[in-house]
Ligand binder design. Structure first.
Ligand code: HEM
Length: 531
């Protein structure tokens, strides 16, 4: 018996050793195969990419130095196209072939409208944005998720709740501007880009969570902004992040705080939902239990009645939403700047608000959608300077564009700023002209004005919100909030450039979007001729 046990013991030990050996061998072979495939892929991209016009690159860092010298990716793309024509390539690190196309027709040739896979642009947000969010999903799953999002964002309940909760908030916040800036009921001056950023983030946080969300006394959007900024710094830092270093600890602490705060908001919303019927109707108009996005996501259902999102998915979606609105407040500040420079256009916008709202605050969603001239001003502001600087897609099959072969796996880049300033689509591109977005060149305003289907004469000539299957889910919502804020300001004030402020906004690249380098300095005069 003992002998048998001894033999079984030996056999087991031998088996374990052999199994471990086989396992290690397979793991080793897998790693070698992965490295081999990556090398082959890099060589293939290098081989194809070198036929496309573009600057010389360094083997390890690609064209990173040129990007830094240009002041950021958006500016680098302008240089690239000025120098190498409408189709040009650059390298993002080792073998990261990026092919930028300034001509919308070329983007169509490679079928960008159907390309779904975003490039790795959001990798630096790993740990902050949840892996289950819409931003990372593709295929059927992404389609179903987008439909749910649309149902939530376009629901009457969300729109009505948004209108009632944020109209009051816009009134409250804008009423504090004169006191903070030396004007007591009269004229006052304001650096508007920072004021607009705070207002935009506050309003979007209310729409996302209702009014009661904070992270231990600090508004969640501030904490989130701090976390994104740290991750950005780390992304461009030359020194790798050392585990347990002070920055590493700071990163962990910040990300932990954000996740805990979001979880706390979700828990509070879930608790409020379960107590819903005990809450008075008047208390439900704003906040949890009303139509904020968080509540609607928690309540969303599949057709068969199953909850559409798990708690973790709601968590991830809410973070994507916070990122979606994080750095696009220039839609407000740049549009206001252009209206301050163009008094005649501002008078048309004021006439529109007076006609659509009269002297009261907007009370129906049509009061916002009917501000067609102001919406055209917001779109023109996005075209000129406030839009995202760049959009990427990964090419899933070999393709041809502009006479060049582009290999599968390459990143197709849409240089949004360059396309928005191409005189072939936008005559006098430096001129602020909202009429470009309306039939008849903007001769009418209000409900009579008709938006053009393809401003710039091509479906891809205007793309501040991206394109195709992955375009921005919040575009209509962003324009609605933009119209509410600009409408409210113009209903009460006439805005001019502050003395000494430049007519041209000097831009700087901030993350993927463009911001005013020296701020937007405006003077606000109360309107006495209001109806
Ligand atoms: C002026 C305001 C905004 C601008 C300029 C903007 C711009 C963009 C752009 C350029 C993209 C990438 C599209 C693409 O790759 O084709 C995007 C995606 C997205 N945006 Fe916005 N956005 C704005 C406001 C918002 C708002 C208010 C929300 C929230 C409701 C939002 C939610 C999203 C989401 C969820 C995505 C990811 C969609 C996906 O990957 O399928 N955005 N946005």
């Amino acid at each position: 018996m003992e002998l048998l046990e001894h033999h079984v013991g030996c056999l087991t030990a031998v088996l374990q050793r052999e199994l471990l050996r086989v396992f290690l061998l397979i793991a080793f072979a897998y790693c070698v195969m992965r490295i081999w495939r990556s090398c082959i892929n890099i060589l293939r991209l290098k081989n194809w990419g070198n036929h496309i016009p573009g600057p010389k690159e360094s083997w390890l860092r690609g064209n990173a130095r040129e990007m830094t010298d240009a002041g950021g990716l958006a500016f680098f793309l302008t240089y690239l196209h000025d120098r190498y024509g409408p189709l040009a390539r650059y390298w993002d690190g080792v073998g990261g072939l990026c092919v930028s196309m300034r001509d919308p027709a070329m983007l169509q040739q490679v079928g960008v409208m159907k390309l779904e896979k975003p490039a790795d642009g959001l990798v630096f947000l790993k740990g902050l944005l949840g892996q289950r969010s819409i931003g990372y999903k593709t295929g059927k799953e992404a389609k179903a998720r987008r439909q749910l999002w649309h149902a939530v964002l376009f629901s009457r309940r969300f729109q009505q709740s948004m209108l009632s909760s944020i109209t009051g908030e816009v009134q409250r916040i804008t009423a504090t501007w004169p006191q903070k800036n030396g004007g007591k009921g009269g004229e006052f001056q304001l650096e508007f880009s920072e004021a607009a950023r705070r207002l935009w983030l506050q309003l979007n946080q209310i729409n996302a969570f209702g009014p009661h969300c904070d992270a231990g006394g600090q508004p969640l959007y501030e904490l989130f902004t701090e976390a994104v900024q740290l991750l950005q710094q780390l992304q461009f830092s030359a020194v790798p992040l050392v585990p347990f270093s002070p920055t590493w600890i700071k990163k962990r602490r910040l990300l932990g705080q954000v996740h805990r705060a979001v979880t706390a908001c979700i828990d509070a919303a879930m608790k409020a939902r379960s107590e819903r019927h005990t809450v008075q109707d008047s208390e439900m108009r704003v906040g949890y239990g009303a139509g904020d996005l968080l509540t609607l996501l928690l309540e969303a259902k599949h057709q068969d009645g199953r909850p559409a999102f798990s708690k973790q998915e709601v968590h991830d979606e809410v973070l994507t939403l916070l990122y979606g609105v994080y750095d696009n407040s220039p839609i407000l500040s740049h549009t206001m700047h252009h209206l301050a420079c163009n008094q005649e256009l501002q008078r048309t916008a004021q006439a529109e608000v007076d006609a659509v709202w009269g002297s009261s605050a907007p009370s129906t969603i049509e009061h916002l959608t009917n501000l067609r001239f102001i919406r055209a001003c917001l779109e023109e502001g996005l075209r000129m300077s406030a839009g995202s600087g760049i959009i990427w897609r990964t090419l899933e099959a070999d393709a041809q564009a502009g006479g060049y072969a582009i290999p599968r796996g390459a990143t197709v880049v849409a240089p949004v700023g360059c396309i928005h300033h191409d005189p072939a689509h936008w005559p006098e591109p430096q001129k602020f002209s909202p009429g470009r977005f309306l039939e008849g060149g903007g001769a009418s305003f209000g409900p009579e004005a008709k938006p053009l289907k393809h401003p710039g004469g091509h479906p891809l000539a205007f793309m501040p919100f991206g394109f195709g299957t992955r375009n921005c889910l919040g575009q209509s919502y962003a324009l609605t909030i933009g119209a509410l804020v600009i409408g409210h300001i113009l209903q009460h004030c006439t805005v001019t450039l502050s003395g000494g402020a430049e007519r041209e906004i000097a831009l700087k690249c901030q993350n993927l979007s463009l911001e005013a380098r020296d701020g937007v300095h405006l003077t606000f005069n109360p309107r006495h001729s209001k109806k």
